[in-house]
Design a protein around this ligand. Sequence first.
Ligand code: THU
Length: 133
Amino acid sequence: MDIKKLISSAFEAQDNSYSSYSSCKVGAALLCKSGNIYNGCNIENASYSPSVCAERVAFFNAISNGEKDFCAIVIVGNNGKDEFFYPCGVCRQVMSEFCDGDFSVIVAKSEDEYKILSLSDLLPFRFGKEDVL
Ligand code: THU
């Protein structure tokens, strides 16, 4: 996996963030097992609740293009602090729908400063399709 390339793709997506309400610009780049990369940025709305996170946009972009298997996602976010930007609970649950516990969630501050986590680190004791009656 070319992590620097994936991080650079996430920063490109961040440039497209539509986030004038929160001023929090987020970008994500999702690497599929096919080798394709799909980007997403957060897209906010004056009515607030229709707003959607960058990670979900990346997943829905990939899935709507026929992708089914995923290796890793990079997330970059500007929350005004020099800290890693972690995915929200809803995005973790969406990842869980489509990925195994060993799916890599990479939070990055730059191409050289990043942290690799797994989905099972971020979402232990998951609720999934096998739990639905
Ligand atoms: N946001 C994301 O894009 N990803 C997350 O995992 C958490 C939050 C966005 C949503 C909203 O546009 C802004 O960050 C502030 O919550």
